[in-house]
Design a protein. Structure first.
Length: 275
């Protein structure tokens, strides 16, 4: 009845949910003399009700365990529904009773690399800034959707061109405006963190240097005839990753001290005292 895949991921899911409950209770206030909140009813009700009927300890660790458990349970249920992609189970659904031949992916898929970057954002955001953590969650959510659609489109037909057209017909109305706007917003936010982390004099040179690099790369790309599209896409991805990485590091370092307003205010106070 239950497939091996379901048993594996269901075990992961239940273990993670139990770990979330234990961690939510142990990391919180156990009610004074109670040992790790085991006797404290409020700690138990808070962890079980997701904080609705009581307090939860460390929210970050609690949510990580809980989300991992729910995702594992979802994967397990999906594997049970599709019978672990078992050949005999698929053959039963075919009118001929024969399992269709498997198809290899017909195009490159860059979303695993983007997913690794989103996981890095998630981990860094746990120890640096909540905004970076949220950005990691958003990136991973986009990767799940895009990777799922790409995997389906790659095996829709045996023609790579038809698969690419099918995927573009479904995802292009969403990818072009939404992902384009989100990418521009992330790059602007990351670059602003860099400019705010360095001194005002260094910020001028950083902005000038980045603008010069972008201009030189654009000139080189325009001067080369028959430039491969994959090379251009690779350069853009590397540049975006460099800017985002610099923004994450700058956000972790923090903004520089702005003392101009304080000195200006102190000067006005001194002038008023003299008068």
């Amino acid at each position: 009845m239950f497939t091996p895949g379901f048993k594996l991921f269901a075990g992961f899911g239940f273990a993670a949910v139990i770990a979330a409950l234990v961690y939510g209770i142990a990391s919180g206030d156990g009610g004074g003399a109670d040992y790790l909140g085991v006797v404290d009813a409020e700690s138990w009700t808070g962890a079980v009700s997701l904080g609705w009927k009581g307090g939860v300890g460390d929210h970050s660790g609690y949510m990580i365990f809980l989300i991992f458990g729910l995702m594992a349970l979802f994967v397990g249920i999906s594997l049970a529904a599709f019978r672990d992609a078992d050949a005999d189970s698929q053959a039963e659904l075919e009118p001929s009773g024969i399992t269709p031949l498997a198809q290899r992916p017909t195009g490159p898929n860059y979303w695993p690399a983007v997913g690794a970057f989103g996981a890095g954002l998630l981990i860094v955001g746990l120890v640096t800034h909540a905004l970076i953590f949220v950005a990691g969650i958003v990136v991973l959510a986009v990767v799940v959707i895009e990777w799922m659609i790409s995997a389906w489109a790659d095996r829709a037909t045996g023609d790579p061109r038809a698969n690419a057209e099918l995927r573009a017909r479904i995802m292009a109305p969403f990818e072009v405006p939404l992902l384009g706007a989100a990418t521009v917003a992330l790059l602007v936010l990351a670059f602003s963190r860099v400019l705010l982390a360095v001194s005002s004099f260094s910020a001028i040179w950083v902005a000038t240097g980045v603008a010069a690099v972008v201009f030189l790369v654009a000139v080189l790309a325009a001067s080369v005839t028959k430039l491969n599209r994959n090379v251009v896409a690779g350069l853009l991805v590397l540049g975006a990753i460099a800017v985002l990485t610099a923004g994450i590091i700058s956000a972790a370092v923090g903004m520089r001290d702005f003392e101009h307003g304080e000195e200006h205010g102190e000067q006005h106070v001194d002038e008023g005292a003299v008068e």
